[in-house]
Design a protein around this ligand. Structure first.
Ligand SMILES: Cc1cc2nc3c(=O)[nH]c(=O)nc-3n(C[C@H](O)[C@H](O)[C@H](O)COP(=O)(O)OP(=O)(O)OC[C@H]3O[C@@H](n4cnc5c(N)ncnc54)[C@H](O)[C@@H]3O)c2cc1C
Length: 485
């Protein structure tokens, strides 16, 4: 062993021993399989670009069990100048929780306790690494429920929704976004120092800075959230339409009905329904709404939907299908991936008034060449998350890059028309730097102040691994090759 290697090994042993003084040793792992399991995600790029590149691969995955352990761990990493990657369930994709500079993956899922449920004021305090499912079960005993959560709730954690953007999901349209329901966080900065940040805090970081930060300023350790009461009635409606125009008009009418907002609202094409479920409606487009309230309100909502659908020539879907959709909500997007070996997807944030233009451009660009699917979920008034899927064949790399080139064109068009991508992570950061330089500059200055050594969640929002011109050139070639394939 040469001298540098020996010194490295000794440093590694010393770090491990010191961390094991405050975190039980089974949770301080250097096992390559555990590191791999906590490095990738469902988007393929982390697999190709990050997971197998030596310099990106982490040396440790460490699981703190509470705020004190997290704080001591981050302090120790800071002392040793070890890069840190914060990771909850890893469902947000685009390499959001994938290491980019080696070091330590901090897996937050052991931090999963509920600290206090205040039924009277409808507030819950819990660890940030708790899964939505576990939180829901705890709240259920008190007749309460989260105000909003992502459809990935079975696996994903509360902190993942805070650190992405928490703008679209179940309950958002009816009860508000994460930004509206988050009252305070206990936050651990890169040097391990801990601070409680609430809506009226006046320190360097505000709650607004932390929401959607992709962890670049440090770790959310605990959260205080507003919750709501469990409602007595749950009703679902679903109508299929022959044209996108009719379906989107129906979607808009349900979304803007001030008398009763759906708990969940989506618009999908027939292909999405086909890949996501056992069976699917006969027409091209499908709008699905779930209402949760008292019986008289949900009954009125269902009547409103029925009346509106009949004016737009909507065809109702059988009740069992609606129930199945609700039951399988967390699996629908995952099921699409089971129909191919190389799933490609991109998520867009589309304003309400651009939905039809977006769809027209998408159809124009994607043509009929590859297997695809369209899925739109409503956010609060103003925006929606559209997820486009391309089901590509692993043996056909021209198709893979061709679809990515189509998504790239749609992304550029989307930004040029004032909209954006929904999830940035590592992979999509270069678009953000190009199209929202002012916001990026604000975040960069804040990052320099809080984390001058770039130790936590590097290469998200303020700095990109990819270069715009290289990606542009790659897609230019890909388009030509795909056209002639
Ligand atoms: C089937 C499916 C359905 C989905 N539905 C929705 C949806 O309805 N709405 C939606 O918005 N998204 C949705 N998503 C995307 C994703 O599930 C959400 O963004 C989710 O909130 C991510 O949570 P996570 O626990 O997996 O976080 P991760 O993916 O692990 O982390 C996300 C980001 O947050 C950072 N982070 C995590 N924990 C912390 C912390 N404690 N402190 C600081 N930074 C942290 C990570 O570093 C990473 O950058 C869906 C994904 C899938 C696969």
């Amino acid at each position: 062993m040469n001298e540098a290697k020996l010194e490295n090994e000794q440093k590694k042993d010393k770090f491990t021993k010191e961390v094991e003084e405050f975190i039980p040793s089974p949770h301080v792992s250097t096992d390559i399989y555990e590191i791999e399991a906590t490095s990738g995600d469902l988007s393929l790029l982390s697999k190709y670009h990050y997971k197998f590149k030596e310099e990106y691969r982490a040396t440790y995955v460490i699981r703190p069990g509470n705020t004190e352990e997290l704080s001591k761990l981050m302090q120790k990493c800071y002392e040793y100048s070890l890069p840190m990657t914060l990771r909850a369930a890893g469902t947000s994709c685009y390499s959001s929780s994938t290491p980019t500079k080696g070091g330590v993956i901090i897996d937050l899922r052991r931090m999963n306790n509920v600290h206090n449920i205040d039924k009277e004021n409808m507030i819950v305090k819990c660890d940030a690494g708790i899964s939505w499912q576990k939180l829901m079960e705890a709240l259920l005993e008190y007749g309460l429920a989260p105000k909003c959560y992502p459809t990935s709730y079975r696996a994903s954690c509360v902190s993942g929704f805070v650190a992405t953007s928490g703008k679209v999901g179940v309950g958002v349209l009816k009860n508000g976004l994460m930004k509206d329901v988050l009252r305070s966080v206990v936050f651990v900065k890169p040097d391990g120092s801990t601070e409680t940040i609430s809506r009226d805090s006046r320190g360097d970081l505000s709650l607004d800075d932390i929401i959607g930060s992709f962890g670049i300023f440090g770790a959310v350790a605990e959260v205080e959230l507003e919750v709501t009461t469990l409602k007595t009635s749950l009703e679902m409606v679903g109508y299929s339409f022959n044209t996108f125009k009719m379906a989107s008009e129906f979607f808009r009418m349900l979304k803007n009905n001030e008398a009763s907002k759906p708990l969940f609202l989506s618009l999908s094409d027939k292909e999405f329904e086909k890949y996501a479920h056992w069976t699917y409606p006969s027409r091209g487009f499908f709008v699905y709404a779930v209402y949760s309230d008292n019986l008289s309100v949900t009954s009125q909502s269902v009547s409103f939907a029925k009346e509106t659908a009949s004016k737009l020539d909507g065809l109702s879907v059988e009740e069992w299908y609606l129930k199945e959709k609700w039951r399988d909500m967390a699996d629908t997007e995952l099921n699409v991936g089971r129909w191919c070996q190389n799933l490609i997807f991109q998520e867009y944030y589309i304003s309400d008034n651009r939905v039809e233009d977006f769809y027209t451009f998408y159809i124009e660009k994607s043509g009929k060449k590859y297997r695809k699917a369209f899925y739109m979920m409503s956010g609060a008034k103003g925006g929606n998350r559209v997820k486009l899927f391309g089901l590509s064949d692993i043996k056909n790399s021209r198709e893979f890059f061709g679809i990515k080139a189509v998504f790239n064109d749609i992304t550029i068009n989307n930004y040029e028309n004032g909209d954006s991508l929904y999830t940035l992570g590592v992979v999509n950061t270069f678009y953000f730097l190009r199209f929202d330089p002012e916001r990026a500059e604000y975040l960069r200055q804040l990052k320099n102040k809080i984390d001058p050594g770039d130790l936590v969640n590097d290469y998200r929002l303020v700095k990109a691994k990819m270069r715009t011109w290289r990606v542009g050139l790659l897609f230019w070639i890909a388009k030509r090759l795909y056209r002639t394939a």
